[in-house]
Design a protein around this ligand. Structure first.
Ligand SMILES: *Cc1c(COP(=O)(O)O)cnc(C)c1O
Length: 370
């Protein structure tokens, strides 16, 4: 029997760890009967925009909807190609497809995020936009991506589902492109108790369009301005998020401290390759949605940790975008293929203690004969 159990993530704790506070929120909001598009949503949108440093935020049903609405607002239509990373959730590509465009997955660079050079190489006369994923809590080199976008007249929609509070060159993920989507799925950096998301933008035009699209074509005053659908952030979820945003800076500090601990306890193992450590690269402020490492002996490591009560995860079930042949992808991306043979995520969340991290690392070390 293992001496300790470190689950990859415990969904019930997202509720139980602050049950009293949450019950108070349910009560206050419930008594007001404030369920759809009430002040908790608009207050949260204002606080969120303020936190990331964007002009606008719109609460939406989930980040995938947020990406779709952003792409629609930017005029993506049939025949338009949008370049994305192959190392991302299928939702990134599906958002492009659902709006009628064609997702074009490309290679990763040294930090396992989209490679700006690969983006430049993939641009052709049908390309209309770039959709970089700010993956695992790290923001891409946006200087280079904005350079490519500018040279070719392309829009940028950031998939910032995993990157609330992450920064590059002092600016927050989600504020570089024309629009971005953030996810509040329970296990994300700042989760709610169900589905939730937001669109971030500095453009008044994109804001107006996304707002209309997410509420039956109605503008902020409630007047119909065009076609729309329904993808609103629940007011109750917004009230929970408003509360969670207040404590969010501490949550980030904790995640960065855990990443530093992993770095300290694992960096001497040659068979592993770790993510860039916090403070290693001055331009990047990473918030560690995940701690994803590469291991030469990944499957055996996963099995070994499992016998020790340690939960790990292989991202996206082990399938990057371009390997979905069933969905019509034909690209050949050897760097991403190699990455997906080795990648594995260690526990990274605010529920685990330093002792838990030490237990995980001791077992990883033992596996490698250290
Ligand atoms: C979680 C996630 C999404 C989807 O977010 P939802 O809010 O569940 O729609 C999209 N892209 C990435 C990179 C994600 O991690």
């Amino acid at each position: 029997m293992p001496t300790r159990s470190v689950p990859f993530y415990e969904y019930s704790r997202a509720y139980l760890d602050e049950r009293e506070t949450l019950l108070d929120i349910f009560d206050v909001v419930g008594k007001r009967g404030a369920f759809i598009l009430q002040e908790d949503v608009s207050n949260f949108e204002a606080e969120l925009a303020n936190y990331v440093g964007s002009k606008y935020a719109v609460g939406v049903g989930n980040a995938t909807d947020g990406l779709e609405l952003s792409l629609k607002a930017l005029g993506l239509e049939e025949g338009g190609e949008v370049i994305c990373c192959s190392h991302t959730m299928l939702a990134t590509a599906s958002a492009i497809k659902m709006v009628g465009g064609t997702p074009v997955p490309v290679e990763i660079g040294y930090d396992n995020l989209i490679d700006p050079e690969a983006v430049e190489d993939a641009v052709n006369q049908n390309t209309v936009g770039i959709m970089p994923t700010q993956l695992n809590g790290r923001t891409c080199d946006m200087d280079r991506l904005l350079g490519v976008a500018k040279r070719h007249g392309l829009f940028i929609v950031e998939d910032a589902a995993q990157a609330l509070g992450s920064r590059f060159a002092g600016k927050s993920a989600g504020t570089f492109g024309d629009a971005a989507a953030i996810s509040f799925y329970p296990a994300k950096l700042m989760g709610c108790l169900g589905d939730g998301g937001a669109v971030i933008t500095n453009s008044p035009n994109v804001y107006d369009l996304v707002f209309q699209l997410h509420d039956h074509g109605r503008n902020v005053q409630g007047e119909v301005r065009g076609w729309g659908r329904n993808s609103r952030l629940d007011n109750l979820q917004a009230a929970i998020l408003l509360h969670r945003l207040k404590n969010y800076p501490e949550a980030i500090s904790r995640r960065r401290a855990i990443a530093s601990l992993y770095e300290e306890l694992l960096s001497d193992i040659d068979e592993l390759s770790l993510p860039v450590a916090p403070n290693r690269e001055p331009e990047h402020y990473d918030v560690f949605q995940n701690y994803e490492i590469r291991s030469k002996n990944r499957n055996a490591l996963k099995e070994y940790l499992d016998t020790k009560g340690i939960g790990t995860l292989i991202q996206w079930g082990g399938t990057p975008i371009h390997q979905w042949r069933l969905l019509g992808f034909t690209q050949d991306l050897p760097k991403v293929d190699a990455f997906f043979k080795e990648c594995i995520m260690l526990p990274m969340n605010t529920f685990i203690s330093d002792e838990d991290v030490a237990y995980v690392c001791n077992n990883v070390r033992e596996f490698h004969g250290k």
